[in-house]
Ligand binder design. Structure first.
Ligand code: HEM
Length: 180
C-alpha cells in the first residue's frame, strides 16, 4: 500500500493523540515508523497499527478507520496533479465514479504494486447511489470516511448505510442518499 496512506495515518495519530502515544504505538507494533509518501509497504502494517490503537484508546477499529478516511480525503484530493480534469465534477456521486473510472486507475498505472479497491455501480438516481466496495484489504470503513470527506468537500449532506456482503467485509454494499 502506498506510503502516503501510512504517513497520513501517523500524522493523524500524532495530531489527535499526541507524540507520546504515537511512539508507544510504534514500539508495541515493532514498527520503526519510517515511511515515505512515495514508498510502498505491506498494508497489514496499517491494519496492525489500527488494531493496536483501538486497544489503547478504546475506540473501535471501525471508528478509527472512518475518522482516518474522512480526514485523509482532502490530502488525497490535494495530491491530484491536474485539477483541471476534475472541473466537470460537481458532486459526490460524480466524484465517486471518477475515483473508480480514472483516479484509482491512474494510481495503478503509476504504482504497479498499488491495489486500490474496486467499485461496482448498482444503481443511481439524482439523489441515490448504490455501489459495491470490493477489496481484499477489507477497509470498508476507510471507504465510508472517504465518502464522508468527499461529501463535505462538495458541501453535501449524505446519509450513508452499508451492508456486509461477505463475513470478512471484502465486499460491502454502500447506499448513499443525498439529504441536501
Ligand atoms: C470518494 C473518494 C475515494 C474513495 C471512496 C476511495 C477509496 C479508497 C479506499 C477504501 C482505499 C483503501 C484500500 C482498500 O480499501 O482497498 C483507497 C486506497 C487508495 N486511494 Fe482512494 N479513494 C478515494 C479517493 C482517492 C483520491 C482522490 C486519491 C488521489 C490520488 C486516491 C488514491 C488512493 C491511493 C494511492 C490508495 C492506496 C492504494 C494502494 O497503495 O494499494 N483515492 N482508496
Amino acid at each position: 500500500m502506498k506510503g502516503i496512506i501510512f504517513t497520513e495515518f501517523l500524522d493523524l495519530v500524532e495530531q489527535k493523540f499526541g507524540l507520546e502515544l504515537l511512539d508507544e504505538l510504534l514500539l508495541e507494533a515493532n514498527d520503526e515508523g519510517i515511511y515515505t509518501s512515495i514508498g510502498s509497504y505491506d498494508h497489514r502494517n496499517l491494519v496492525k497499527l489500527i488494531v493496536l490503537l483501538s486497544q489503547k484508546t478504546g475506540i473501535s477499529a471501525e471508528d478509527l478507520q472512518q475518522v482516518f478516511g474522512q480526514s485523509v480525503f482532502l490530502n488525497l484530493y490535494a495530491s491530484l496533479p491536474n485539477k483541471a480534469s476534475l472541473g466537470e465534477c460537481k458532486n459526490s456521486f460524480q466524484f465517486v465514479r471518477l475515483v473508480e473510472d480514472y483516479i484509482h486507475i491512474e494510481v495503478k498505472k503509476l504504482y504497479a504494486e498499488a491495489n486500490p479497491p474496486k467499485f461496482e455501480f448498482i444503481s443511481e438516481t439524482e439523489t441515490k447511489m448504490v455501489f459495491d466496495y470490493k477489496s481484499a484489504r477489507c477497509m470498508s470503513h476507510v471507504c465510508l470516511g472517504l465518502v464522508k470527506g468527499c461529501a463535505e468537500h462538495f458541501n453535501e449532506i449524505l446519509e450513508i448505510t452499508m451492508t456486509s456482503e461477505t463475513a470478512d467485509n471484502s465486499h460491502v454494499r454502500f447506499y448513499l442518499s443525498l439529504v441536501e
